[in-house]
Design a protein around this ligand. Structure first.
Ligand SMILES: C[S@@+](CC[C@H](N)C(=O)[O-])C[C@H]1O[C@@H](n2cnc3c(N)ncnc32)[C@H](O)[C@@H]1O
Length: 231
């Protein structure tokens, strides 16, 4: 939750925008933080530094305060970075804290509902189908993971795509992965992203890949290669 709070307040972005380490006093002046909360901001920064999201040093301007700079862990939380995981953190932390409170009761209950179902009354993907805001936030969280992961896959796993003539990305979300594959490996003549109807409805039209709606437990569009990521 400290991490979610840091992203909501834009702490990594504020440090990045100044291009130098910032003290808590300086940070508070750049952030939408009430003056009465500056002591709490100090605690938040200490906690996040302890967790490796910021590094601490002497204030280069010579004050008695510590100054905080970005680490590799917080550089991937910058909102405008092409490889940001900010949406992943915000998306994951929107719907999971409540189910996590129910792990004890889940172990005690003699029934099959997951903690998510016990908490929200329905399975995750049904909730995404019923709640457009949740659908958007879940899909964007997955897409942010795909942007980062596919950069590495495309750069370092080229051999895995040799000889592939057609590919279906099953449970492929909003098509971020399918687009990356189609762009990096144009020898693949047909790339399909396949997902539930409420997800496929959000996929931007592209000449590079097809988007097909359906239920993978009933049917999978035929292709030479079936691709699964985080399924
Ligand atoms: C954890 S996400 C992974 C998304 C994507 N593969 C990625 O790595 O970014 C799981 C995906 O599977 C889809 N999914 C869940 N049940 C499905 C089903 N029965 N048929 C097709 N897709 C399904 C969800 O809508 C969601 O997009």
């Amino acid at each position: 939750m400290s991490l979610k709070c840091a992203i909501q307040l834009g702490i990594p972005d504020a440090i990045h925008a100044q291009g130098r380490p910032l003290t808590v006093t300086e940070l508070a002046s750049f952030l939408p933080v009430a003056p009465a909360k500056s002591l709490s901001l100090h605690r938040l920064m200490r906690m996040l530094a302890h967790m490796g999201f910021f590094s601490v040093q002497k204030d280069p301007n010579g004050s008695d305060e510590h100054a905080y700079s970005l680490t590799p862990n917080s550089k991937i939380l910058l909102k405008d970075s092409p490889i940001t995981l900010a949406s992943w953190v915000l998306g994951s932390l929107s719907s999971t804290p409540a189910p996590l409170q129910l792990l004890g009761p889940w172990f005690q209950a003699d029934q099959h509902a997951t903690p998510f179902e016990m908490s929200w009354g329905k399975p995750l993907f049904e909730m995404a189908g019923d709640d457009p805001a949740f659908n958007r936030s879940f899909n964007e969280a997955m897409a942010s993971d795909s942007r980062l992961t596919m950069m590495a896959v495309v750069a370092h796993c080229k051999d895995a795509f040799q000889g592939v003539s057609s590919l279906v990305d099953v449970g492929g979300g909003d098509g971020t992965t399918a687009r990356a594959i189609a762009e990096a490996f144009p020898h693949i003549k047909r790339v399909v992203v396949y997902d539930l109807p409420h997800v496929i409805a959000t996929v931007p039209k592209s000449p590079r890949f097809e988007a097909v709606a359906g239920n993978m437990f009933e049917h999978i569009p035929p292709a030479q290669t079936v691709f699964l990521k985080v399924i």
